[in-house]
Each structure stands twice: as C-alpha cells, then as structure tokens.
Design a protein around this ligand. Structure first.
Ligand code: PLP
Length: 402
C-alpha cells in the first residue's frame, strides 16, 4: 500500500458522501483515485492503473509532471491571485506564447473550455454586428461538442435538444457532420461564425475531412463570417502538432484551447488572428479568476515541454503505430483519429461500456463516448512498454467479451 492510500477514507465512504451531498450530474467508474505519476494512477486500495484517458486529455504530460508541479508550487508560494485589475507576468508571457505559436493576434483567458468558447461566440456576434447583422447565426456540425454553459451548449446540437434546459440562445444552426455542401448552403449574409471541432472528440473521435474544412474557410471568406476552431481537445499536441489545424490546409480566425493547456490546472484560452483580436473592448468580457498566476505558470511549463518538434513527431509516430496495431485486432472494426487522439470502433455485438468496465478491472483506464466506441487519450509522453500493455489488455478484453 502506498503512502497516499494510508490516509484515504476509501471508495465506500467517498461514495456514501457523494450520494448524500453531490448533485447527480456524473456517472462515475467505481474507482477512487488517490495518486498519479506519469501514465500511472493508484486507487485508495493501492491498485495500479494505466491511464489511457488522462482526465479527458488534460494531463497530457502524464500525472504530476515534475516541471508542472514545480511551476505550480513556486508560483503558489509567491503569488496566487490579484484579479484582472492588475498586470501579472505569467499571463502576459503565456498570451505571447499562444499567439506566436498560432494565429498571431490576441488572447482572452478563461477558466475552462466552455468559457473559452463563450468568448469566441461573443467575438463572432460583435464582429457580425459591426457588419450591420443584428440577428446573427453560428453554424456548427451535428455531434459537435462545445461545452455546457448556455452559449456553448446552444452550439452543441445533441445537448441543445434537451427541451427541459431550454430555451437555448437563438441563432445556432447545425449541418450534418463533415457535409461540405450543406455547410456552404447554411453560411450566408447573417452568419457570424462557423464554429467546429476539426476532429470531433466527445462524439467518438471523428476527423473532419480537409474538403469540409476548406469549404468552411471559403464560405467564411465569402460571407465575412469568422472561422472558429474549437481545439479544446485537439490542441496542445494531442494530434502530433501543437494545434490540429496545422495538419490541415486551413487556418481559422479564432481558436479555443483548454484541457491540456494547464496540465491539470483549470485554464482556457481564446486565441485570435490579428483582426479578430481587435473586436472585444473594455467592458465586453471578463472573469475574476481567468489567467491567474498559478494556472498560467502551469501552462507555460506545459508548453515548454509540449511545444517541441521531437515530442510532436513522436506523438505522430506512436499514434500511427498504435492505430495500426489496434486495427489488426479481432473485434475492432474501425480505428479513427490523428496522433494520440484515437477512437476505436468495436464490431457489432460488442458493447463498448462492457469492454470499458472490463478494462478498468484489468487496470486500464479508457473512455466510452458512445455505445460502440472506446476513446483513447494516453499521455503524449507514453512509453512503448505502456502502449504494449494497453494493446494486450484491449485484445484480451475483447476476446473475452465477443
Ligand atoms: N470543446 C471540446 C471540443 C471539448 O472536448 C470540451 C470538453 O470535453 C469542451 C469544449 C468543454 O470544455 P470544459 O469541460 O473545460 O468546459
């Protein structure tokens, strides 16, 4: 038993507390994690797990990466918070790094992915308003996921259909995923933005074809709308380039980041082109916590490690090799994705939820985004020995359950 396990109250008691005191918004796996290091996690009983989910692509450098821990500890001991009424150096330096590594404009910091998208939506609406469009529209793809606050939720077609949470914000439309023709038809005079994930994550890892991305770029250029890429899951090296758009023929006007940006600290960012960066003015947007010294110091440490051509090349190579090996397994019908953002489509009759639960029992953490798909988001620093272990576990689990 490890040191952390000795102080933990254990799964049963944690469950009892949750059952009494937490809102029932999450379905959880039956594990109480108490410690993480690199690609490994340990539960309160001291059992070891290999993490192929990384907190849904947040701990992309693995758990408790020494550089991130040191940055957080150092900054937390010096200055944790002063609000956005004053200057702080880590925020300004992080904005510079994000802008210089992508679209070259300005950055607004937020505390989460959904908030980063709220900023992008405000920019799009105000940008359209400057063209004289008052009832503007934002177009997304079916099955896109942009978050759970009302703006982002309204742009998330599957969730926006939940009438009990309505009414949603007006002016959000969707077209079938990857349908270049439908997208072109939907974008017109009134369009403020096309807001899409270049690779859909929550829906089960579905890359959008270059043809559809090019159609979105052209439609935006013709209509004056902004092209916004939600890179909250695809960004920060996950696909083998710092940003996913860099492996496509298209450059967006705005991109949003969160998840892996803070290496485990909550932070989001909306990054713009030079022109889109001029849209918001004092009073248009703000947040008390956003861009605080600890989260931005952590993000700078994360970028120091991830923004490295050798690491990114390795992500592409490992991803290709892993997808190839998974594709050869019996019971796997399709392997989708780019880099280390991988969706495993199981053959008919194999329930992903059952496989996911079985894998957890075997000590492999994966996610099940829909009834036929496993989602794999391992650390970008994963060792080949861990890749072997994961492939063996998945093969054994499917063989038992098919
Ligand atoms: N956009 C994408 C593509 C996401 O994958 C997510 C989260 O899963 C979000 C937005 C929302 O991010 P958050 O949960 O940090 O609000």
């Amino acid at each position: 038993m490890n040191a952390a396990a000795q102080t933990a109250i254990g799964l049963d008691e944690v469950r009892a507390l949750e059952e009494r005191y937490l809102m029932r918004t999450y379905k959880r796996g039956a594990v109480d994690f108490v410690r993480g290091e690199g690609a490994l996690l340990w539960d309160a009983e001291g059992n070891e797990y290999l993490d192929f989910l990384t907190g849904i692509s947040v701990c992309s450098l693995g758990h408790c990466h020494p550089a991130v821990v040191a940055a957080v500890q150092e900054q937390a001991a010096r200055l944790m918070h002063v609000s956005n009424l004053f200057y702080t150096e880590p925020m300004a330096r992080l904005a510079q790094r994000l802008s210089d590594s992508s679209l070259g404009g300005r950055v607004f910091f937020a505390n989460s992915g959904t908030e980063a998208n709220e900023c992008a939506i405000k920019i799009a609406r105000k940008h359209a308003h400057a063209r004289g469009v008052t009832a503007s529209e934002i177009v997304s793809f079916e099955s896109d996921f942009h978050g759970r606050t009302y703006g982002s939720l309204s742009a998330t077609p599957n969730l926006a259909r939940n009438e009990a949470l309505g009414p949603m914000l007006p002016g959000f439309l969707s077209v079938p995923r990857g349908d270049a023709v439908a997208l072109r038809e939907a974008v017109g005079e009134r369009t403020a933005a096309v807001l899409i994930e270049p690779i859909q994550g929550e829906s089960g890892i579905h890359p959008i074809a270059d043809e559809a991305l090019l159609a979105a770029r052209e439609a935006c250029d013709e209509s004056g709308a902004l092209l916004i890429f939600d890179e909250i899951q695809t960004g920060m090296g996950r696909t083998g380039s710092l940003w996913a758009y860099q492996q496509t023929p298209v450059r967006p006007d705005v991109l949003t980041s969160a998840k892996a940006l803070g290496g485990g600290m909550p932070i989001g960012a909306c990054v713009t082109s030079p022109a889109a960066g001029e849209v918001l003015e004092p009073g248009d947007h703000g947040s008390t916590f956003a861009g605080g010294p600890v989260a931005t110091a952590a993000a700078l440490a994360v970028l120091d490690v991830i923004d490295d051509p050798a690491l990114l090349r390795r992500v592409r190579e490992l991803g290709e090799a892993l997808r190839g090996r998974l594709g050869e397994l019996e019971g796997i019908e399709e392997v989708r994705g780019r880099g280390l953002m991988i969706g495993v489509g199981l053959a008919e009759g194999i329930e992903a939820a059952t496989v996911g639960a079985d894998l957890l029992q075997r000590g492999l953490v994966v996610n099940v985004p829909n009834p036929s798909t496993l989602r794999l988001l391992p650390p970008l620093t994963i060792e080949s020995e861990h890749l072997d272990r994961a492939v063996e576990s998945i093969a054994a689990s499917i063989a038992r359950l098919r």
